[in-house]
Write a protein of this length. Structure first.
Length: 117
Protein backbone atom coordinates (compact mmCIF):
# COMPACT_ATOMS: atom_id res chain seq x y z
CA UNK A 1 0.00 0.00 0.00
CA UNK A 2 1.24 3.47 -0.86
CA UNK A 3 1.90 5.35 2.37
CA UNK A 4 2.21 8.78 0.74
CA UNK A 5 1.73 10.64 -2.53
CA UNK A 6 5.39 10.62 -3.64
CA UNK A 7 4.43 8.75 -6.85
CA UNK A 8 1.27 10.78 -7.56
CA UNK A 9 -0.53 11.15 -9.86
CA UNK A 10 0.24 7.54 -10.85
CA UNK A 11 -0.05 6.05 -7.36
CA UNK A 12 -1.72 7.87 -4.46
CA UNK A 13 -1.64 7.32 -0.71
CA UNK A 14 -3.98 4.49 0.30
CA UNK A 15 -3.87 2.70 -3.05
CA UNK A 16 -2.51 -0.83 -3.33
CA UNK A 17 -0.20 -1.71 -6.20
CA UNK A 18 -1.23 -4.99 -7.88
CA UNK A 19 1.86 -6.87 -9.06
CA UNK A 20 2.22 -10.02 -11.16
CA UNK A 21 5.27 -11.81 -9.67
CA UNK A 22 5.33 -14.22 -12.62
CA UNK A 23 5.96 -11.34 -15.07
CA UNK A 24 9.51 -10.19 -14.40
CA UNK A 25 10.88 -9.69 -17.93
CA UNK A 26 11.70 -6.01 -18.48
CA UNK A 27 9.68 -4.19 -21.14
CA UNK A 28 10.56 -0.64 -22.11
CA UNK A 29 8.22 1.93 -20.58
CA UNK A 30 6.41 -0.44 -18.21
CA UNK A 31 6.13 -0.09 -14.43
CA UNK A 32 7.73 -2.69 -12.18
CA UNK A 33 8.04 -3.22 -8.45
CA UNK A 34 11.75 -3.55 -7.66
CA UNK A 35 13.47 -4.52 -4.43
CA UNK A 36 16.75 -2.80 -3.64
CA UNK A 37 19.67 -4.49 -1.85
CA UNK A 38 18.62 -2.94 1.49
CA UNK A 39 15.13 -4.47 1.22
CA UNK A 40 13.25 -1.26 0.30
CA UNK A 41 10.78 -1.59 -2.59
CA UNK A 42 9.85 1.02 -5.19
CA UNK A 43 7.71 1.24 -8.29
CA UNK A 44 9.98 2.20 -11.18
CA UNK A 45 9.63 2.63 -14.94
CA UNK A 46 12.01 0.72 -17.20
CA UNK A 47 13.86 2.23 -20.14
CA UNK A 48 16.63 0.75 -22.24
CA UNK A 49 19.39 2.01 -24.47
CA UNK A 50 22.41 0.70 -26.32
CA UNK A 51 25.60 1.52 -24.42
CA UNK A 52 28.56 1.90 -26.75
CA UNK A 53 31.18 1.05 -24.16
CA UNK A 54 31.20 0.46 -20.39
CA UNK A 55 32.76 -1.69 -17.69
CA UNK A 56 31.25 -3.52 -14.75
CA UNK A 57 32.65 -3.65 -11.21
CA UNK A 58 34.80 -6.67 -12.16
CA UNK A 59 36.49 -4.73 -14.96
CA UNK A 60 34.71 -6.60 -17.78
CA UNK A 61 34.14 -4.46 -20.84
CA UNK A 62 30.84 -4.35 -22.75
CA UNK A 63 30.42 -2.84 -26.22
CA UNK A 64 27.18 -1.97 -28.02
CA UNK A 65 25.05 -3.85 -25.51
CA UNK A 66 21.52 -3.07 -24.37
CA UNK A 67 21.39 -1.90 -20.77
CA UNK A 68 18.42 -0.87 -18.68
CA UNK A 69 17.68 2.17 -16.54
CA UNK A 70 15.04 2.42 -13.83
CA UNK A 71 13.32 5.80 -13.45
CA UNK A 72 11.19 6.99 -10.59
CA UNK A 73 7.64 8.06 -11.36
CA UNK A 74 5.57 10.98 -10.14
CA UNK A 75 8.41 13.46 -9.64
CA UNK A 76 9.15 16.69 -11.47
CA UNK A 77 12.81 15.71 -11.13
CA UNK A 78 13.17 12.11 -12.27
CA UNK A 79 15.69 10.00 -10.38
CA UNK A 80 17.19 6.99 -12.09
CA UNK A 81 19.44 4.02 -11.51
CA UNK A 82 21.54 2.47 -14.23
CA UNK A 83 22.75 1.43 -16.63
CA UNK A 84 21.84 -2.04 -15.37
CA UNK A 85 22.83 -5.33 -16.97
CA UNK A 86 19.72 -7.36 -17.92
CA UNK A 87 20.72 -10.17 -15.52
CA UNK A 88 20.96 -7.73 -12.59
CA UNK A 89 17.64 -6.16 -13.53
CA UNK A 90 15.93 -9.58 -13.44
CA UNK A 91 17.37 -10.14 -9.96
CA UNK A 92 15.79 -6.99 -8.50
CA UNK A 93 12.41 -7.00 -10.30
CA UNK A 94 9.67 -8.35 -8.03
CA UNK A 95 7.01 -8.20 -10.77
CA UNK A 96 5.17 -6.05 -13.30
CA UNK A 97 2.60 -3.55 -12.02
CA UNK A 98 -0.70 -4.64 -13.57
CA UNK A 99 -3.14 -2.41 -11.72
CA UNK A 100 -4.07 -0.35 -8.70
CA UNK A 101 -6.57 -1.38 -6.04
CA UNK A 102 -8.30 1.61 -4.54
CA UNK A 103 -10.56 0.58 -1.64
CA UNK A 104 -13.59 2.75 -0.94
CA UNK A 105 -16.18 2.65 1.82
CA UNK A 106 -18.91 1.41 -0.55
CA UNK A 107 -17.04 -0.96 -2.85
CA UNK A 108 -13.59 -1.92 -4.10
CA UNK A 109 -12.59 -0.81 -7.57
CA UNK A 110 -9.72 -1.88 -9.77
CA UNK A 111 -8.02 0.56 -12.13
CA UNK A 112 -6.08 -1.35 -14.78
CA UNK A 113 -2.87 0.26 -16.05
CA UNK A 114 -0.39 -0.91 -18.66
CA UNK A 115 -1.12 -3.68 -21.12
CA UNK A 116 -3.94 -6.18 -20.43
CA UNK A 117 -2.90 -9.49 -18.85
Amino acid sequence: MARNDKDAPHIRAGEWVVVDPNDREAVKGELFLVQWSGGRRSVMQTTSRIVERCWNSRGEEFRNKEFWTLRSIGHALSLSDGPLHPDHLRDIIVGRVIGLFEPTFDEASLKVIGRPA
